[in-house]
Design a protein around this ligand. Structure first.
Ligand code: PBG
Length: 326
C-alpha cells in the first residue's frame, strides 16, 4: 500500500487544477473605491502617505470616474474636504457641499455607478471629532444625531445611492433611517460602520481627509481593538435599527471579527481595508521588500475568505487591473 493514501499535493500540481479547486475568487464587483473630494478647482493633490491616492476637486473627477468605471468597479465611497470647518461641521449638511456636488456630478456622468457617501462630522469640524463637543469637552451623542441626519438627508437629496454612517454614535442608524423614511427616501440603503475600532491604522486617512482630532482621541466612541463580543452587539443593534449592510473596520487585523459577524448574522458584510493597511504594503513594496501585486491580492483574498461580501479598498483599481489580466 502506498503511503500516504491522501496526497493533498495532487490537486496543487498545476495552475489549471489549482484554479479549478480554488475556494475564493475576487471579482472587481467586490470592490468599493474611496474618493477624497476637495473644495476648489483644478485640484488633483497626491496624498503623501498613500501613494496612488489623490484628493480631487469636483471638476477633476470625470476622468477618474471613467477609469473606475472602465475597470468595472461598481461603487465609490465619497469623503469631503470642505472649504470651511467650524465647531458644528456646517459644511457637512449644505446642499452645495463638496460631497453633494460630487454626487450630482457622478450620477450625471455615470448613472450606473453607485455613489456611497460617508456620513460623519470629523472632516467638517474644526476640532476634528465625529460629533458635537459638550461643555465638558466630551462628544455629545444625542446632540450629534440631528446633524448626522441632516447630512444624510442632503446626500440623499443630491442623489446618492447608499448612506454610510461612520461616526459610531449610539442610535444613529435608527435616527438616520427615520429621517430618510420621513422625507421620502425609504429605499436608500444604509451601510453601517457597525464594528468600527479605534484603530491606529487610520493614520494616513487623517492626512488624506484632514480629519485628525485636535485634542484627545476617538476611544470614547470607536471600539476597543481587544473586543469581539462587543462587535457582535454593535452589529446586532445596527441591524435592529435598520442597517442593510454591516461593516467591520479595519479589515486585516480584524479578520476574526469579519468571520464572526458573517456567521452570526448572515447579513451582507463589508470590510474596510483601511489607509494604514494600504500604506504598509505600498511602503514595503517601495523598499523592494515585498511583491506588491501578490501581497495585495493575497490580502484582499483573505478578507473575502473571512466572509466579506464587499471590500472597501484603496487597492480597488490596482486589483481590478490584475483581475482583467487573468
Ligand atoms: C471618519 C472615517 C475615518 C475612516 C473612514 N471614515 C477616520 C476615523 O475614524 O478616524 C478611516 C478610513 C481609513 O483609514 O482608510 N470617521
Amino acid at each position: 500500500m502506498g503511503f500516504p493514501i491522501q496526497r493533498m499535493r495532487r490537486l496543487r500540481s498545476s495552475e489549471t487544477l489549482r484554479r479549478m479547486v480554488r475556494e475564493t475568487t475576487l471579482r472587481s464587483s467586490d470592490f468599493i473605491y474611496p474618493l477624497f473630494v476637495i473644495y476648489g478647482q483644478d485640484k488633483k493633490i497626491p496624498v503623501n502617505s498613500m501613494p496612488g491616492v489623490f484628493q480631487f476637486s469636483v471638476d477633476r473627477l470625470p476622468e477618474e470616474i471613467k477609469e473606475i468605471d472602465s475597470l468595472k468597479i461598481p461603487a465609490v465611497l465619497l469623503f469631503g474636504l470642505p472649504e470651511h470647518k467650524d465647531s458644528v461641521g456646517s459644511s457637512a449638511y449644505q446642499d452645495n457641499g463638496v460631497v453633494q456636488e460630487a454626487t450630482r456630478l457622478i450620477k450625471k456622468i455615470c448613472p450606473e455607478m453607485l455613489v456611497i457617501t460617508d456620513v460623519c462630522l470629523c472632516e467638517y469640524t474644526d476640532h476634528g471629532h465625529c460629533g458635537l463637543i459638550d461643555q465638558k469637552g466630551v462628544v455629545d451623542n444625542d446632540a450629534t444625531m440631528g446633524l448626522l441626519a441632516q447630512e444624510a438627508l442632503s446626500h440623499a437629496r443630491a442623489g446618492c445611492d447608499i448612506i454610510a454612517p461612520s461616526d459610531m454614535m449610539d442610535g444613529r442608524i435608527g435616527y438616520i433611517r427615520k429621517e430618510l423614511d420621513d422625507n421620502g427616501y425609504k429605499d436608500i440603503p444604509i451601510m453601517a460602520y457597525a464594528a468600527k475600532y479605534a484603530s491606529s491604522f487610520y493614520g494616513p486617512f487623517r492626512d488624506a481627509a484632514d480629519s485628525a482630532p485636535q485634542f484627545g482621541d476617538r476611544k470614547s466612541y470607536q471600539m476597543d481593538g481587544a473586543n469581539i463580543r462587543e462587535a457582535l452587539r454593535e452589529v446586532a443593534l445596527d441591524i435592529e435599527e435598520g442597517a442593510d449592510i454591516v461593516m467591520v473596520k479595519p479589515a486585516l487585523p480584524y479578520l476574526d471579527v469579519i468571520k464572526a459577524v458573517k456567521e452570526k448574522f448572515a447579513y451582507p458584510t463589508a470590510a474596510y481595508n483601511v489607509s494604514g493597511e494600504y500604506a504598509m504594503i505600498k511602503a514595503a513594496a517601495a523598499c523592494g521588500w515585498l511583491d506588491e501585486e501578490r501581497v495585495m491580492m493575497e490580502a484582499l483574498t483573505s478578507i473575502k475568505r473571512a466572509g466579506a461580501d464587499l471590500i472597501i479598498t484603496y487597492f480597488a483599481k490596482d486589483a481590478a487591473r490584475v483581475l482583467q489580466k487573468l
